[in-house]
Design a protein around this ligand. Structure first.
Ligand SMILES: Cc1cc2nc3c(=O)[nH]c(=O)nc-3n(C[C@H](O)[C@H](O)[C@H](O)COP(=O)(O)OP(=O)(O)OC[C@H]3O[C@@H](n4cnc5c(N)ncnc54)[C@H](O)[C@@H]3O)c2cc1C
Length: 487
């Protein structure tokens, strides 16, 4: 694998001195400073957590405007106490980034608790849906990943050895109008979870000793109190932590950060822009018909259609010849189609779901070069909107850390839009936090990272970047510029 690798990883992050952005995204007044004083003797107890009596009531509502106002006017928290002897990190989000952050903290001897909303498992956008009793299986977000970084490659080798992942050897290519298929070179390995992406996420964390997982749990409030971060879920206390990690993004993270006392972190999060993608999961009794003489493929980036950008036969991908049931296909729309047909993802109107399903199936039919009405009727369908699907801009830095507020961010969007970026970001933040806990508490300014970093657009496919699969020079450029490495 080494031949494919960019040399980004073996080095370590140098804290960035915040630079003034040339063109600020927001104009705002200097932040007032709220100092929370606490010495290490006065460790908070359960009874010292914020209560309705000692908590200041929010003067703001929760509309988008008020969140923005809150984000920009909130006071900066400055922890001045030393951290506990056995520090504990609270990680909000159990996708690839949050999980890798927890695992990497463990390697450095630091305890953590991962909170995740997942009802069926961890993984976030590593989603796998199993439909019983037919046993239909769909990866309904991340489909596969490639490896371009040596640190990630080492990790991936370990997953291969443990049997958590396998190479996807099926034919993958580009499908253009009328069924014209061009196979992508198979020289670069493509990887998938052996039973799908979500089981991979769950098994990553299964043999840990310093990582706790709390799920399903939706952290709704972060409060600095008595030298610790107190996390709660709709008023229910979920623990207190020396350092917190925000390992999710989008609207939810913006709300959470809007009144947290972390204006610089909140501002960076608000700069992030995300695409929307429709997913159609469809099972067909038989293999999909192809044009005469066309290559049978398992995955294809679809070009030239609005309603379809990717299609993959998940049954062939995950089960291969072991399968004797229906063929489960995952279809994704383009981001442009997702944007135009956006609705609240938790509450998709039936008419919209029907319209989207019809236009995506039409797109599939046309892409395969089939005559109108000849695509077989699926025996199972389900549409889903990924309202916050993939980042479209990035600060191009592995992580963000506010040492005064003892809070960091990790996630795919800090480096790009794929699982590799998410993993690298989680690992980088963990190392940074471990160093901070070891040496940086007394000189926090040296540990500020990415708080003022400008964002650049991200290139790639509608469903992310696959470095090496085809040339993506812009991505490489962003990574090279974004990292500041100590050699
Ligand atoms: C349609 C689609 C297709 C994709 N295809 C590919 C692909 O083929 N290859 C590839 O490499 N990448 C692909 N990606 C991108 C890839 O899935 C992401 O880059 C990666 O999974 C991001 O990981 P993350 O940990 O940064 O975030 P996430 O996976 O989003 O994890 C964040 C987690 O935090 C949880 N959370 C949010 N708020 C809270 C809260 N308040 N309290 C507790 N938990 C919370 C969320 O539920 C989620 O589980 C695709 C993405 C989409 C949407």
């Amino acid at each position: 694998m080494a031949g494919f690798l960019l040399s980004l990883s073996s080095s370590f992050l140098r804290p960035l001195n915040p630079q003034k952005p040339s063109k600020p995204a927001f104009s705002h007044k200097p932040h007032k400073v709220l100092t929370i004083t606490c010495n290490s003797q006065s460790k908070p107890t359960k009874t010292q957590r914020p209560t309705s009596k000692n908590r200041k009531r929010s003067p703001y509502g929760t509309s988008r405007r008020s969140i923005l106002k809150k984000t920009l006017t909130q006071e900066q928290v400055r922890f001045t106490s030393s951290v506990s002897d056995d520090p504990h990190v609270g990680i909000i989000g159990g996708g690839m980034a949050g999980l890798l952050c927890a695992l990497s903290l463990e390697k450095r001897g630091v305890r953590s608790t991962v909170f995740d909303t997942g009802m069926h498992g961890l993984g976030g956008r590593m989603g796998t849906r199993v439909i019983d009793p037919q046993q239909l299986v769909f990866d309904h977000a991340a489909q596969f990943f490639t490896v371009s970084d040596s640190k990630f490659a080492k990790l991936v080798d370990g997953w291969l050895e443990k049997g958590l992942i396998q190479q996807w050897k099926g034919v993958v290519g580009v499908l253009e109008m009328g069924g014209q298929f061009t196979q992508l070179p198979s020289s670069l390995p493509r990887f998938i979870g052996v039973d799908g992406m979500r089981p991979l996420a769950d098994s990553l964390i299964s043999q840990t000793s310093l990582v706790d997982v709390v799920r399903p749990c939706w952290i709704s409030k972060l409060e600095p109190f008595n030298g610790m971060w107190h996390l709660s879920e709709n008023g229910k206390p979920r623990g207190q932590f020396d350092v917190i990690v925000i390992a999710h993004n989008g609207k939810c993270a913006n709300r959470l950060l809007a009144s947290s006392g972390l204006p610089l972190v909140a501002r960076q999060m608000k700069r992030l822009e995300l695409s929307s993608i429709w997913a159609l999961l469809a099972a067909f009794e038989d293999p999909l018909p192809l044009r005469d003489g066309a290559v049978t493929f398992e995955g294809a980036f679809v070009k030239g259609f609005d309603s379809v950008s990717w299609m993959a036969n998940n049954t062939m991908k995950l089960l291969g010849s072991r399968s004797n049931g229906a063929h489960c296909w995952t279809f994704f729309s383009t981001a442009a189609y997702g944007k135009r047909n956006k609705v609240p993802q938790e509450n998709i109107p039936t008419a919209t779901a029907e319209k989207v399903k019809a236009s995506m199936l039409q797109g599939v039919e046309a892409a395969l070069g089939l005559s109108k009405g000849s695509l077989p009727k699926p025996v199972y369908t389900r549409v889903q909107l990924w309202g916050a699907a993939l980042p479209t801009n990035t600060p191009g830095i592995p992580c963000i850390f506010d040492p005064h507020g003892r809070a960091g961010i990790c996630g795919d969007w800090l480096l790009g839009s794929n699982l590799e970026s998410a993993a690298l970001s989680g690992m980088a933040l963990a190392d940074h936090i471990a160093d901070y806990l070891q040496t940086g508490v007394a000189s926090p300014d040296n540990f500020a990272v990415g708080l003022e970093k400008e964002f650049q657009p991200i290139s790639g496919h509608d469903i992310g970047q696959f470095p090496g699969l085809e040339s993506s020079p812009q991505h490489t450029l962003i990574l090279e510029k974004g990292y500041q490495l100590v050699t």
